[in-house]
Design a protein around this ligand. Sequence first.
Ligand SMILES: [Zn+2]
Length: 280
Amino acid sequence: MPEGHTLHRLAHDLDDAFAGTAPRASSPQGRFEDGAALLDGRAWRGASAWGKHLFVAFDGDLVLHVHLGLYGKFHVHAGDYAATGAPDPVGQVRLRLLTADRLAELRGATACEVLTPAEAEAIQARLGPDPLRPLDELNDPERAWHRVHRSRTAIGPLIMDQAVLAGVGNVYRSEVLFRHRLDPAKPGSALREDRWRAVWDDLVRLMPIGVATGRILTVEEDVVAAEAALAAGEPVPVPDPLVPYVYKRTGEACFVCGSRVRTAVVAGRNLFWCGRCQRR
Ligand SMILES: [Zn+2]
């Protein structure tokens, strides 16, 4: 499933493509015909993400809400569509947005609906704070801490609970717990506040690199190199192959201590950790 950085990146790409336009909206597949009819020809007011949710505001107090789920894809293409017309849709295109030179197609999403601003805010209010959004009254990291320290649930599932923290998925979860040497089985209520704050601050540091590159960089030297490149306005070097600390490295040696990386299913997804570095 895409993690929060993918949705923030998508929001930037959609704004680049459609800001200042009033795209034609349609649903070639037919499942979003009524919604597309509502949006068709309306002025684009701006896209934003909150965790794994995408919101696009249109003129007339309409908000498109999309959740990609496991298989959803929202692709943006460039072309001279004024001259050639839009190409025939390939596969199940739920929503198509079209201007003279941009085409965006949504396929396979778990949610695609038109909401009022109040309905969109209600969804955002149910989500935990998002490390990629500017802080304000709603996006307040204190809310995450309150949920965490009152919970007996282990930090492994807690940190991926979108009502606790919005945007963290399976890769960032495993990696940030390793970076802080946190045992994923430790209950939230047993976590010290300073350690939780360090995790939040680290996500605030790591996730914008994901937005800039589309890749999840978590190994400290890669992160430092990425930060230097971003500060200098240069392209971010992405190691090839990109090897994280523990994610999908089951049975391989931990880079820090040499013991084997372990895995278990936690909150429905494989969690990876080092049993020695991340001891309770
Ligand atoms: Zn280790």
